[in-house]
Write a protein that binds this ligand. Structure first.
Ligand code: BG6
Length: 303
């Protein structure tokens, strides 16, 4: 279902039988909503988010492509998040399960303008799918469509903003003992300690070679988000905390308490594609009540 969203921008609404839903804006192919069967919003979107080009929407799931962060010479997080994508009306059926009907394929190809800043031929297809159980699956396929034999390289992230009740009650499992680059310390490399991550100040870290499953446990809400990923070895963890929150025009001063970004990414080793080659990066999100864990907040036991 295609309809008008905030600021008159077009969005696609996906709905599943049990009442779960998701919304994706054509602007940025940006998922801005994912609701469970109680109608509860699972993604954070700032009350001050600006739904107007050229600014990327603050919250939801921005797509960082063809560059994560300010590592290269493009604008921060690349340009895909502030381009208008188109809907592929002839999308192939859902991989392996033709019963899945709630999905949309969005496509981005370089405009003349984009070719000046990033001179490569590509087709980027993003599939946003809501499963009958209410999981949200994002699958990106980037293909090198160049005719002149030129390879290209890019970095990437699904910059997911999870909605949490209170950041000081949140734990992240799956990143213990891993190496990370600290964006707050000139990208210096450190090794994480052995306990689940907790939060009491600003954090901006790129964890390297992470496992395919990460759990974000919201004690107060008794909810666990499980993030599963393929083709995305790294994971960014970001919370701006109070000082940076105040400095951002499109983010409320206290909103940092109610969000956490955990971003499935490919950053340390850029993806290189030769002509005709395709890369696939997939992220699957589920939200499960932590009470299923019978008091032991172990996502292994939930699933
Ligand atoms: C995170 C980066 O992924 O995104 C942070 O690690 C950055 O350094 C944050 O501040 C938000 O970026 P932006 O461009 O959306 O304000």
């Amino acid at each position: 279902e295609l309809c008008k969203g905030v600021g008159g921008l077009e969005k696609v609404v996906l709905r599943e039988a049990r009442g779960t839903s998701a919304e994706v804006y054509l602007y940025g192919a940006h998922v801005t909503s994912w609701k469970n069967d109680h109608g509860e919003e699972l993604l954070f979107v700032s009350s001050k988010a600006i739904f107007k080009p050229p600014k990327a929407i603050r919250g939801g799931i921005p797509i960082c492509f063809p560059q994560f962060g300010g590592f290269g010479n493009l604008e921060q997080h690349g340009f895909a998040r502030n381009r208008l994508w188109s809907i592929d009306e002839n999308a192939p059926p859902f991989e392996g399960n033709s019963c899945f009907k709630a999905f949309v394929d969005l496509i981005l190809m370089p405009s003349e303008e984009d070719s000046k800043i990033w001179p490569h031929s590509y087709e980027f297809r993003l599939r946003v799918a809501l499963t009958p159980g209410g999981d949200l699956i994002l699958t990106s396929r980037v293909r090198n469509t160049s005719a002149d034999g030129k390879p290209f390289a890019f970095t990437f992230a699904y910059h997911t903003y999870f909605s949490v009740s209170d950041i000081s009650e949140v734990r992240v499992e799956g990143l213990e003992t891993l190496d990370y680059l600290d964006n707050l310390k000139d990208k210096e490399r450190f090794t994480e300690q052995g306990d689940a991550l907790t939060f009491e100040s600003e954090v901006d870290k790129i964890y390297l070679s992470t496992p395919t499953k990460i759990a974000i446990i919201d004690h107060e809400k008794k909810r666990t988000f499980v993030l599963r990923k393929e083709g995305l070895p790294d994971a960014v963890v970001w919370n701006p905390w109070d000082k940076k929150a105040k400095a951002m025009a499109d983010f409320g001063d206290d909103e940092y308490k109610h969000m956490l970004c955990v971003e499935a990414a490919a950053i340390e080793k850029p993806i290189t594609l030769k002509p005709g080659e395709e890369w696939k990066g997939r992220q699957e999100l589920s939200a499960v009540p932590s009470s299923y864990c019978s008091g032991q907040l172990d996502p292994q036991k939930v699933l």
